[in-house]
Design a protein around this ligand. Structure first.
Ligand code: F6P
Length: 304
């Protein structure tokens, strides 16, 4: 997120705007944690994970009263437009603010890659590389001990992290919420691999499918394979952003400011076929992000 915050501040000031940072997300907006930012406010953060503005989940902002307090704070500080960087929760808040008359621009920032209207979300590539690094490390011990490993990854209800990391990591099986699976098929694939001499197997499970620990238990019960489970958890949410994420965040953050300069509000930005795009925030959120089923089929073919 920091690269996007930096781009919004620098682009805005470049175009003679005053830019304010709202700390702790919508909770901070309601509380008035708002500070004017200067060029130097966002120095030396492009390489740092997380967000210098902090963030927080805010149930109060789901209420009309909460959003009214937020809009009052924006007006009190003379703020005329709001760039919201975040995932589906942040987007829902931006959609409501738009409906209540405050111009917002949504910038897709979540490791889940589950925001409609964009091929990629900020943070997804960095999380992917963290998972792939973990798969490669686990593969070393899996090979040495000739074990089967279940690796559970984040993604809330989306399977993108599991699919992309599983394909890149050469996983034998990838379980995602967007594709039904049968445990017997999983076992058959493991047996088939073992018969052709595979010394280990790696199964990637998206958290939206269920518990990696439970799936590991079932595998060990149904096969003779010694099985271990790694739940990667919140390490997927940190680390220095990859070059791809820094560039994506810079492009999307700056484009959000361009839309505000054009007097536009109620939009959300994205990247589609490497082109910057923007969509009506009230309309796009009715669409559902979909998994690339051709990629899922490919992952199954390449791991026979
Ligand atoms: O939406 C991003 C995400 O990391 C999901 O992948 C995960 O399920 C969730 O947030 C975890 O939420 P929290 O940080 O509140 O435990």
């Amino acid at each position: 997120m920091n690269a996007a915050v930096r781009a919004v501040v620098r682009k805005g000031i470049y175009h003679d705007m005053e830019v304010y940072g709202i700390y702790h997300g919508y909770a901070g907006l309601i509380a008035g944690h708002i500070e004017k930012l200067e060029l130097g406010s966002v120095g030396d953060i492009i390489h740092r994970g997380g967000t210098k503005l902090y963030t927080a989940r805010c149930p109060e902002f789901k209420t009309v009263e909460g959003r009214k307090k937020g809009i009052e704070q924006l007006k009190k500080h003379g703020i005329e437009g709001l760039v919201v960087i975040g995932g589906d929760g942040s987007y829902m808040g931006a959609k409501k603010l738009t409906e209540e008359g405050f111009p917002c621009i949504g910038v897709p920032g979540t490791i889940d890659n589950d925001i409609p209207g964009t091929d990629l979300t900020i943070g997804f590539d960095t999380a992917l590389n963290t998972v792939i690094d973990s798969i490669d490390k686990i593969r070393d011990t899996a090979t040495s001990h000739e074990r089967t490993y279940v690796i559970e990854v984040m993604g809330r209800h989306a399977g993108d992290i599991a699919l992309w990391a599983g394909l890149a990591g050469g996983a034998e099986t990838i379980l995602i919420p967007e594709a039904d699976f049968d445990m017997d098929d999983v076992i058959t694939r493991l047996d088939r691999g073992h018969e052709r001499g595979k010394k280990h197997s790696i199964i990637i499970v998206a958290e939206g499918v269920g518990s990696g620990v439970e799936i590991g238990k079932q595998i060990e019960e149904k096969t003779s394979f010694e099985t271990r489970v790694s739940v990667l958890g919140h390490i997927q949410r940190g680390g220095s952003p990859t070059a791809a994420d820094r560039v994506l965040a810079s492009r999307l953050g700056a484009y959000a400011v361009e839309l505000l300069i054009q007097g536009k509000g109620g939009r959300c930005v994205g990247i589609q076929s490497n082109k910057l795009v923007d969509h009506d925030i009230l309309e796009i959120l009715d669409h559902k992000h979909t998994i690339d089923h051709a990629m899922y089929q490919l992952s199954q073919e390449l791991s026979i």
